[in-house]
Design a protein around this ligand. Structure first.
Ligand SMILES: C[S@@+](CC[C@H](N)C(=O)[O-])C[C@H]1O[C@@H](n2cnc3c(N)ncnc32)[C@H](O)[C@@H]1O
Length: 248
């Protein structure tokens, strides 16, 4: 059985002391297996089934290049579950807040998306916009939109759109959705996206809310609970920090 050990944790004071503490805990395990460290997770004696998922792991090895992308493997495996579920349904896939496109690139490779009769719609501002977001991302800038387009140049069924969600959804968006991932660190943007796209999700489609379980983004959880709760849906909070809903 394998482990997945990274040192990427958020909200830590002295990083080396924190990691030394985790290492000490690992040293005291009866059986040093099923260990996942990183992304604010520390597990042991878990199956970590995704480590045996060869298409996922091959794509992840190819495209996850920085510490954060490596640490969020478990989250990425949840997204892959949503994508594979969506392959059996009518409709296209959506990610609002694609940033560099790393997660979707991994997902596309893992399912050979070029051979799939669906489109994957990606949206992002790609540049820091003080009016819309609290913090920019390190690679935000004028070049990023083109870089992400280039990253998917071999996949004509991936549609990369620059613009602000939800407004841009009025210009480009699928009519039916078989999987949707919202990852914009913004309650206004994500509830706005739900307002436009939720009714287009087909029965059985999975919605993943990347920030739902994170205290720092509690405003999103509260807004999404209220919006989805009013429609009779409960978000399941996953240990990865994601929220998940199956549209029925
Ligand atoms: C955490 S990153 C997304 C990471 C990406 N989903 C991944 O898995 O690699 C959040 C992104 O949301 C984008 N964003 C924030 N508010 C937005 C909005 N209203 N419309 C479009 N994109 C937005 C930001 O530009 C940023 O790139």
């Amino acid at each position: 059985m394998s482990n997945h050990a990274t040192t990427m944790f958020w909200g830590v004071g002295d990083g080396s002391q924190f990691i030394a503490g985790i290492q000490q805990s690992i040293n005291n395990l009866v059986q040093q297996s099923g260990i996942y460290t990183g992304d604010n997770l520390f597990t042991y004696q878990r199956n970590l089934s995704f480590l045996d998922d060869e298409p996922l792991m091959a794509a992840w090895r190819r495209h996850a290049s920085d510490a954060m992308e490596k640490a969020i493997l478990w989250r990425t495996s949840i997204l892959l579950g949503g994508v594979r579920n969506g392959l059996k349904l009518t409709g296209d896939f959506v990610e609002c807040g694609c940033y560099k496109g790393t997660s979707v690139r991994i997902l596309c490779d893992a399912v050979n998306f070029g051979a799939v009769d669906k489109r994957y719609f990606l949206y992002d501002l790609f540049e820091y916009d003080a009016a819309t977001m609290a913090n920019g991302m390190p690679e935000h800038g004028q070049q990023l939109y083109e870089q992400v387009q280039q990253r998917f140049a071999d996949l004509p069924n991936v549609v990369v759109t620059q613009g602000r969600v939800p407004e841009v959804l009025g210009e480009v968006a699928p009519e039916r959705i078989a999987f949707m991932h919202l990852d914009m660190n913004s309650a206004t943007a994500e509830v706005g996206a739900l307002g436009v796209l939720w009714d287009r999700m087909v029965p059985g489609a999975m919605l993943v809310l990347d920030d739902y379980g994170w205290e720092g983004y509690r405003a999103q959880k509260l807004a999404e609970d209220a919006w989805l709760g009013a429609r009779g849906f409960q978000v399941i909070e996953l240990p990865t920090g994601q929220g998940m809903v199956i549209k029925q």
